[in-house]
Ligand binder design. Structure first.
Ligand code: COA
Ligand code: MG
Length: 293
């Protein structure tokens, strides 16, 4: 079940930073995002593109999922980025500055035209005010394209909204929740935005917890020091896994055959909880398998 692949920690690194691309082979991030966009200067784009293709050909990334962030198709680099991605065949190409469902269709066509394998999914940045206004239609494009994942681009959104990035993210709660609602309606994976203040570990943990509480599956990161906390926050805690195993065992008990509602550990437990419990166990097992790499 690909939707249950762990994506707790999705670490960005500039495609122009050879040291970071190499270091990523040993970092415990679930997903690596090799960036060609905001973190790469215009004059370094072509070399960064070549470096990403070469590093992926060299391999050594184990079970880590690999995503390439392309430049927008409207820029001078976008289509060349997609062509390079078609050769490198990452798990996903992350398209920035998406405004509408038509942009998703354009991304889908660009991947197809470039001959990218069907296994390369479309991830998109949700980072423009228009994308928030059009979020339902954008999410629905997943029904007819390779779109699988939304990534919040909170820095760009803050810039365009002219809103302040406060610790509680008050200015962005509407956008974050709308994105979660739209994404869940169409079965997408949802990744929260980055936290810029690298030394502030307390603030980082709090914002990871907020993202989890809002419904996100994981978070994008900018520095290796953020991985461990993020992995811990976005993994189901041991007591939740124990609860889930208990619920599964209770419904599997022949004495409860055919029942839709039970009492497990004193709590009313319905078939919807069984569904939730199965998901929790599947996620925990997927995380365990990641660690065994
Ligand atoms: N991915 C992989 N490795 C990284 C990394 C990243 N995002 N950020 C830092 N590292 C590595 C460094 O290369 C260094 O490796 P070393 O110990 O082998 O020398 C180590 O981690 C410590 O790095 P540090 O000195 O603390 O950071 P820095 O000053 O080299 O870099 C940033 C700071 C912010 C420039 C860097 O973390 C970065 O580029 N982050 C990602 C930015 C990005 O991709 N933004 C786009 C999306 S918002
Ligand atoms: Mg950006």
């Amino acid at each position: 079940m690909s939707s249950l692949r762990p994506r707790r920690s999705c670490l960005y690194m500039p495609g122009a930073n050879a040291k970071a691309l190499d270091k990523a082979r040993t970092l415990p991030a679930d997903t690596l995002i090799f960036d060609l966009e905001d973190a790469v200067a215009p004059e370094a784009k072509a070399d960064a593109r070549d470096a990403i293709v070469a590093t992926m050909a060299a391999g050594g990334y184990g079970k880590r999922e690999i995503v390439i962030r392309a430049n927008a198709l409207s820029t001078p680099w976008g289509h060349d980025d997609v062509k390079a991605a078609a050769i490198a065949a990452p798990d996903g190409v992350l398209f920035p500055k998406i405004d509408s469902a038509a942009d998703i269709e354009a991304a889908d066509k660009a991947l197809r035209d470039a001959g990218a394998p069907p296994s390369t999914a479309i991830w998109v940045m949700i980072e423009t005010p228009k994308s928030i206004l059009n979020i339902g239609e954008i999410a629905r494009a997943a029904e007819r394209t390779r779109l699988t994942t939304f990534v919040m681009g909170t820095n760009d959104l803050a810039k365009d909204m002219r809103a302040a990035q406060t610790p509680g993210r008050e200015a962005f709660l509407a956008a974050l929740s709308l994105t979660v609602i739209a994404g869940r309606a169409y079965g997408l994976t949802l990744i929260d935005g980055v936290y810029n203040d690298i030394p502030n570990t307390e603030g980082f943990e709090a914002i990871c917890r907020q993202g989890l509480a809002l419904g996100f599956d994981g978070k994008t990161l900018i520095h290796p020091s953020q991985i461990e906390t993020c992995n811990a926050v976005f993994a189901p805690p041991p007591e939740e896994v124990a609860w889930a195993r208990g619920v599964i065992a209770a419904f599997a008990d022949p004495a409860n055959a055919g029942k839709g509602v039970l009492k497990v550990d004193g709590k009313m437990t319905e078939l919807l909880h069984l569904e939730q419990a199965k998901r929790v166990v599947a996620v925990a097992e997927a995380i365990e398998a990641m660690g065994a790499s």
